[in-house]
Write a protein that binds this ligand. Sequence first.
Ligand code: FAD
Length: 494
Amino acid sequence: MISRRGLLGAAASAVAVVGFDPFGHRWVTGAEAATRPSFAGVPPLDGELAVDAAARQAVATDLGNIVHQQPQAVLRPASTGDVATMIRFCSAHGIPVSTRGQAHTTYGQGLSAGLVIEMRHLRRIHSLGARYAEVDAGILWKDLAIAANGHSPRLTPPVLTGYTGLTVGGTLSVGGIGGIVGGLRTGLQVDHVRELEVVTGTGSIERCSRQHKPDLFDAVLGGLGQCAVITRAVIELVPAPERARNFVLQYSVNAPFFRDLRLLIDRAGVDHVYAEFTAPDPAPVYKIHATAFYDAPAAPDDAAILAGLTAEAVVEDTPYLDYVLTIDRLIDMLRETENWDRLVKPWYDVWLPDSTIEQYLAELLPTLTARDIGPYGAGLIYPQRRDLATRPAPRRPGPDGSPFVYVVDINTVSSAPGADPQFAAEMLERNKRLYARAREKYGAVLYPIGSVPFTAQNWRDHYGSSWSAFHAAKRRYDPTGVLTPGPGIFSPRG
Ligand SMILES: Cc1cc2nc3c(=O)[nH]c(=O)nc-3n(C[C@H](O)[C@H](O)[C@H](O)COP(=O)(O)OP(=O)(O)OC[C@H]3O[C@@H](n4cnc5c(N)ncnc54)[C@H](O)[C@@H]3O)c2cc1C
């Protein structure tokens, strides 16, 4: 490892990286330096550059356990300067660079054969005020939510993903759908960023916002790490409610489920809605979770919220932060009891317009078996209000006259931990087939967090009319094309 003490001190260690051999295309350790007279020296860093087998193996896959690729080196940055220094170095030597948040995408999106930057080493809250927090990109949303809740008065990010153990930089790179907070009264997480600090593919440190370098801001938010690495974000905060009242309703038939879902997402007093579905056994089970936030003593009007619905509601009432961490508790339990991180997760995630979602689910569900979701997986539907989305990315279906659009997830999880290439191959084939049909017949658009194999042409079609702007931004901000090869958008994985 190489540290602030510089090359001299680092060269004393057996695993110290002192440079890169551009001819052999490999890193040179301190032990090898004497026998290799010609190599490019790594500049001094505040953090560490590791090339030992354990460090490389630890970042060789993601939550999906489908794609495996060991990098040659791992950067544990201690500053934005470290990220800039190493990107500049890698760009000069044509070394691919991937940024790793929690690596909870499932198809190798954050893997690379070159350098992996472990962002979790940058995870400070720099400031937390009444309207904004400035945070490092490696902080977890959970940690920001807890800190904001502890502020006086209590605050919260306006949009939180279902599981909050994800990094700010990771979800801002994909979009950040409000799985537990936001969506009906807010846009996505990318809609609530005031400013970013990023390092471009040339190693330049920039700040950008809607007003300042808006093309860079547009290219980075929901930009899948293609043009820059997010190192800091200024995130909006809003007053946090004291409590959450959650109404859970169950159905086995498509039509009444959708009727009630549509009533609830448009109903005054309802702040958040998501739904679950299972494979038919023999009939599918649909569950709606509708939530009203409030400050006691002004409790929600249950009768008004439930008026005209066909199913009985089970009501739960919890402090806001307990509600926010509901899915985190579930994942923590699976981590402890089922070896969650090692289960295979070939996830399928698409946006669907309101005009086709009901028909799509009616066609999709009878084709699924229990294995398609798995004992620890879930089928999920997240309704989102269209007009609150302000950013060009992530891509979504075009207008269909409805104010709503939905994300549908089949979060498939294997029943036992460990690699299972046959299961993975079968589910990847399923995802390809489901995606092609959903796109052609139902106007679906990929939400690129899961495991749908995509060719370069698929990506071009995905970006459609915005492809040329995205391509131009890639050329401008990452001219040597080193950043984030995982999704294979501009070049094959490498
Ligand atoms: C249990 C669970 C629940 C989830 N719920 C939701 C939900 O409710 N809503 C939702 O939208 N998503 C949800 N997701 C998906 C999640 O948003 C994505 O997988 C997200 O990318 C995870 O963040 P991460 O920190 O693991 O990012 P990573 O997987 O590490 O990174 C994602 C991509 O962004 C790149 N990247 C990472 N950090 C940076 C950075 N700082 N700068 C530039 N590029 C970067 C990576 O290289 C990679 O290509 C869920 C995932 C899980 C596992």
